[in-house]
Design a protein around this ligand. Sequence first.
Ligand SMILES: Nc1ncnc2c1ncn2[C@@H]1O[C@H](COP(=O)(O)OP(=O)(O)OP(=O)(O)O)[C@@H](O)[C@H]1O
Ligand SMILES: [Mg+2]
Length: 238
Amino acid sequence: MNTLIVTGTDTGIGKTIFSAGLVQALEATYWKPVQSGLEEETDSQIVTRLSGRPALPEGYLLQLPASPHLSAEAEEAEIDPDTLELPQVDGVLVAEGAGGLMVPLNRRALYLDLIARWGAPVILCARTQLGTINHTLLSLKALRDAGCDVVGVAFIGNPEPEVEETICQFGKAAHLGRLPYIETLRSAPGVGSDAGGPAAGGPGATRPEEGAEALATTFAENINLDLIREALSKGDPA
Ligand SMILES: Nc1ncnc2c1ncn2[C@@H]1O[C@H](COP(=O)(O)OP(=O)(O)OP(=O)(O)O)[C@@H](O)[C@H]1O
Ligand SMILES: [Mg+2]
């Protein structure tokens, strides 16, 4: 299997930033099957800017920043999950979900159903903030109940060692590391706008490439790539 699925406990928790670090580290190709919301930089544009790696065209590009089924309905369209097969690429493919697992794609299918059908190993991104134990354990249970192969949990945010340990213990999941908050990402265009950082190009703004460099270094220092590579090689013929 040459594909990794990056999903999360919620929307806006840092899946795209994590994915950018991951595709850079693995020299992978990125794919966002369903992009809801086109007013700001898309996830593919963020990943390309921060990783320098290619992104495949999205399966669905929907204007409204909402749950995919509602974004599609706003355009009098419907997402057909059968059209979202994992693309074939040379090297590794990193596919990022939308929001969390129980997000509807249409009135019959959840994102989780699609991930289960793909059968590729899944990395669950989780915040370290209060509330994460419940969200992360529920997400792990949902993934396992659906028969998904869980690589482990990648935490994002300030260190909360006891919380992280509790999640991995109860959730019987590997700790894939913790991506800390990266200050320089705040001033890159379209990134960190909800973090109260300086506007792009405003006073204190950093060069976009500084964000990319900081992400690459921080990712390499904090994320357990060996465990992730192991999950990828599991499906390979001996
Ligand atoms: N490690 C980090 N350091 C600094 N900022 C971060 C980090 N992770 C996420 N952010 C910021 O938090 C916001 C949300 O992150 P991101 O877009 O990666 O979330 P997401 O889980 O991919 O959301 P969506 O469900 O919309 O795809 C962005 O503004 C991003 O720049
Ligand atoms: Mg995202």
